[in-house]
Design a protein around this ligand. Structure first.
Ligand code: SAM
Length: 126
């Protein structure tokens, strides 16, 4: 396995070469003016029919800042929360949203991660 530590915007990704892209908690740290570029980057990386998995803040998990506030405050406030319709809208440009649900919180004994202030999204590249 190859691990790289760098900004997603600096990655040299071969177009159409990935079956799956998984984002655990990065998208909600992407500032609004880079959002479309991020969606395009994920889409470009995936093969047609490839899957995108996302864990990101629901409204109650995020800072509560509107896009404009990010620039007024010069801060993301720890990450942006997304309403369901907004998240669908963003990821429906080149994807079909297959699953969008509140993340489950598994029992402590399970050893699994999950928090109900997060969305779990699975989308497929069209
Ligand atoms: C909430 S943490 C999530 C960490 C880990 N993936 C997890 O699920 O526990 C957000 C992560 O997004 C990363 N991040 C934010 N902007 C990024 C960017 N432009 N490129 C790559 N990583 C970024 C941060 O470095 C940070 O590690």
């Amino acid at each position: 396995m190859l691990l790289r530590h760098q900004s997603v915007f600096e990655l040299q990704l071969e177009a159409g070469s990935y079956d799956l892209v998984y984002d655990s908690g990065c998208f909600h740290h992407i500032p609004p003016h880079r959002r479309n570029a991020y969606v395009a980057l994920v889409s470009r990386a995936l093969k047609p029919g490839g899957l995108f998995g996302l864990a990101c803040f629901r409204p109650e998990g995020g800072s509560g800042y509107w896009d404009q506030e990010v620039y007024e405050r010069r801060s993301m406030g720890g990450g942006l929360g997304y309403a369901e319709e907004r998240l669908r809208e963003i990821w429906s440009s080149t994807f079909r949203v297959r699953v969008l649900r509140r993340m489950n919180k598994p029992s402590t004994e399970s050893g699994l991660f999950g928090e109900p202030f997060l969305w779990a999204l699975l989308a497929q590249k069209m």
